[in-house]
Design a protein around this ligand. Sequence first.
Ligand code: NI
Length: 212
Amino acid sequence: MKQETIKRIRRTVILCAAAMAIGGGIGLIQLGLEGKNNGTGLMEVAGADIGGPFTLVNQDGKTVTEKDYAGKYKLIYFGFTYCPAICPTELQKIAQTMNIIGEKDAGLAEAVQPLFVSVDPERDTAKVMREYVKLFHPRLVGLTGTMEQIEQVKKDYRIYAAKVKSETADDYTVDHSSFIYLMSPDDRLLGIYRAADSAETVAADLMRAAGK
Ligand code: NI
């Protein structure tokens, strides 16, 4: 790892962990789904109004919309590249989910699109996202955009995210809710996963949803 990266991690790791504890709780309340986990990891989310059309920019700098991923199952996570505490763990979980499905049913894995959406578009340029997503999985797509584009997608997915100034520098971190969303090929919400849910759980739910 580059020295600069290590320094960056040291600066943000503690703040990010604290932020997640707060952000996660707030996120769940916003979603109105607290306490509805049915114990299998797949939450009772039928009818939850989450998601919608979006226009964002992928890691190659290309403008994309929800139509680019139409017909695919989607594993969506919102976070930011400067957060090394929770975001990498959850993105690794998505990568692991992809690998589990890939081993069991390569065709189904092809029909799953993992997406990482930045809640920090000021720092997470397409170039930054390109370098970041490839650390996790070759199929992981990084999405960023203008402040307005990101605000809209955050609203549609009921993502809480707020800048918090770091005490140590001109730096800032971002409090944000941390969920992996599983969306159907026609963009209905199938499941929401928290830190405690494993890749095995997500993969099993996805396979069940696909009738495998
Ligand atoms: Ni994070």
